[in-house]
Write a protein that binds this ligand. Structure first.
Ligand code: ADP
Length: 627
């Protein structure tokens, strides 16, 4: 048994547990992949919207150049460029303050005396535009130089630019500036322009981002998550002239007292010595950018909300009105670019709990499936072990049965042989003794016949070959006749047999011999298990209920059936009184047969303890209605 359990453990349970562990692991991996795919999808959405916003700014910057050209077409402005501030503001809603500055640093427009906003602008920018002071700026020049040729002065995000090899040839000032921006940590603090002057870039300090996206940090390799905290947009410290270099147009962004200022500038080929520019009206720009946020894919609108965050992580535009979230912790976010430094296009989960819930539901479903599988395997294993146990018990009972039956056969045979030899040898001369011995031989032969009949009937029933000869029987006389044949044997063994029969006959439909076998088996058990008080009572009575029944009770005053074995005594080969310990011989088939016969007749047989001690076996059969 232990061996079977060990085999089951090694062959079924351990592999099943291993499989379950693998399944749980792969489930976790699947979930991670799913989350990763989702975050990549949303990252793509954020990137696309940020790209759209960046393109929109580039278009506005280009549009500014066209406005300047249109304004310069009017001779009044060409002759009097100090009117540029007024003209550009009336012509272009994005213009806050228009300015014109000559390459040698002379500010022509606005006139500080013209209006308060111009005075403020003058105070903030006059020294920077006149190249008398370098400022920390974010800048971005269009890919065209004054000759209309493409050049490489657009600042790129740092990770896109290949680092120059050591000892790279001297580049022109703008390219160097761009590269200095791209590798703040590698080039040190200074770079040189083509005029030989030097400008100081922002000493390689990486700026922290205002937002900390949950997924970008989570999806980075271990140890790399710090990178996500830093901005990809780096500032440079330079003078205005150095920034514009040879380019035709561009954008310069700058934080003044923590407030973002964005300047578009343009150099008209007709006025090569002048730089036209405007301070962008950020309020108007925000209005325009709202439309870009609204362009979020309608299929995603239920799942996520796109939000444009400014440099303080304040929501500027939302794809869903009145949406609230911890703004500094979007699901994913992408920086817009140098034109709007530290502004980010952020994606928030519309219902973060739902995301967790669906992951939880998936985990729960698969987890319960695995648990169910384990329970099924456990149950299957338990059933196998239980069945095996049953088979082993049965095998043991069969072995006991063979030895019991052999013993039961031997005991009457010994008596028969002994007494028949005594009689045959003529050693018993008294006629009374001779009759007693002959009586013993008859009783023992009957016992043998009963035993052999039981065994044969049992094997017939097992094979399904037992046939009953059903006919109308009178139950009371059937019982009385059977008992009366048994009475001499019982009384000669010192038993008192009390019988009660009803006055009226009870008819049943059945096989008379089979029913008589039940009576004999019950009576023989009462004899065997009576112990010291040899009193047996038999009662036959009719029972009137919904259907009329015949009832037979066989009672003794023995020790009764041990507790817990009341039903098991009807199982094949089961013996509550072991031959060895009780000294009572038996095959464990008598009650099995009695119940099978009773049930084949539509009745049953049951045990109950007899009041006052002893056993009471009750047989019930359906009675026929009197014709
Ligand atoms: P057996 O040949 O062992 O008597 P049975 O099928 O007739 O087989 O009975 C099964 C078991 O039921 C017996 O071994 C005994 O333990 C119990 N039993 C049967 N009749 C009685 C009874 N009258 N009193 C107490 N125990 C009984």
């Amino acid at each position: 048994m232990k061996k079977v359990a060990l085999v089951l453990l090694l062959a079924v349970f351990v592999p099943s547990l291993l499989l379950a562990c693998l399944a749980i692991r792969s489930l976790r991996d699947q979930q991670f992949i799913l989350e990763r795919q989702r975050s990549l999808l949303y990252q793509g959405v954020a990137d696309a919207l940020a790209h759209d916003a960046d393109n929109y700014l580039a278009d506005r910057q280009h549009e500014f150049g066209q406005r300047v050209e249109a304004l310069l077409a009017s001779p009044s402005l060409r002759n009097n460029t100090c009117l540029f501030d007024d003209r550009v503001r009336t012509n272009w809603p994005l213009a806050d303050v228009g300015f014109v500055v000559s390459l040698d640093g002379q500010i022509i427009s606005p006139l500080p005396s013209s209006r308060p906003a111009a005075r403020l602008f003058y105070a903030d920018y006059s020294r920077f535009l006149a190249n008398r002071e370098s400022a920390e700026v974010f800048w971005n020049n269009a890919n065209y130089n004054m000759n209309g040729n493409a050049d490489s002065q657009t600042a790129q995000p740092a990770e896109n630019a290949p680092p120059p090899p050591n000892g790279a040839p001297v580049l022109d000032g703008q390219v160097q500036l761009a590269q200095a921006q791209q590798q703040p940590n590698m080039n040190g603090g200074f770079a040189t322009d083509n005029n030989g002057s030097s400008f100081k870039k922002s000493a390689g300090k990486q700026m922290l981002r205002n937002v900390m996206p949950q997924q970008q940090g989570a999806s980075l390799p271990p140890g790399g998550d710090n990178l996500a905290q830093y901005s990809k947009i780096a500032s440079s410290e330079a003078e205005f002239r150095q920034l514009i270099g040879d380019s035709r147009e561009g954008t310069v962004a700058r934080f003044l007292e923590n407030k973002l200022n964005v300047l578009f500038w343009y150099r008209a080929p007709s006025e090569p010595q002048l730089v036209f520019g405007t301070q962008v009206n950020l309020g108007q720009l925000e209005e325009d950018l709202k439309q870009i946020v609204q362009q979020l894919d309608p299929a995603l609108k239920d799942e996520v909300v796109a939000v444009l965050l400014d440099d303080t992580a304040r929501p500027v535009a939302l794809s869903r009105a009145r949406f609230q979230a911890p703004w500094k912790h979007p699901f994913v976010a992408t920086e817009i670019g140098e034109a709007l430094p530290h502004w980010e296009m952020a994606i928030y989960l519309a219902n973060p709990d739902q995301f967790k819930q669906s992951a939880q539901t998936l985990r729960l479903t698969l987890g319960s499936l695995i648990a169910l599988l384990l329970v099924a395997i456990g149950l299957g294993g338990w059933l196998i072990v239980a069945d095996l146990n049953r088979q082993l018990t049965l095998a043991r009972q069969k072995t006991d049965f063979v030895s019991n039956v052999s013993h039961e056969l031997k005991t009457p045979l010994t008596s028969i042989r002994m007494f028949s030899e005594l009689l045959a040898e003529g050693r018993v001369s008294e006629p009374a003794k001779q009759r007693t011995y002959l009586g013993i031989i008859t009783a023992e032969t009957a016992r043998l016949t009963r035993l052999i009949n039981n065994v044969l009937d049992f094997s017939r029933m097992e094979r399904g070959e037992k046939k009953y000869n059903m006919q109308r029987c009178e139950f009371v006389s059937l019982v009385r006749d059977t008992i009366e044949t048994y009475r001499p044997h019982l009384e000669s063994n010192g038993f008192r047999l009390d019988c009660e029969y009803p006055a009226n006959p009870i008819r049943v439909n059945g096989d008379c011999d089979a029913l008589a076998q039940i009576v004999v088996n019950l009576l023989s058990n009462a004899e065997k298990y009576s112990g010291a008080r040899k009193e047996i009572a038999v009662q036959v009575s009719p029972r009137e209920g919904a259907a009329s029944e015949a009832e037979l009770r066989v009672m003794d005053r023995g020790p009764g059936v041990p507790r817990g074995s009341e039903e098991r005594i009807f199982e094949q080969f089961y013996r509550a009184h072991d031959s060895l310990s009780s000294g009572i011989q038996g095959s464990g088939l008598g009650l099995t047969l009695a119940r099978q016969i009773a049930r084949a007749h539509g009745g049953d047989i049951a045990y109950e303890p007899r009041p006052g001690g002893g056993s009471c076996f009750t047989l019930r059969l359906a009675a026929l209605k009197e014709a």
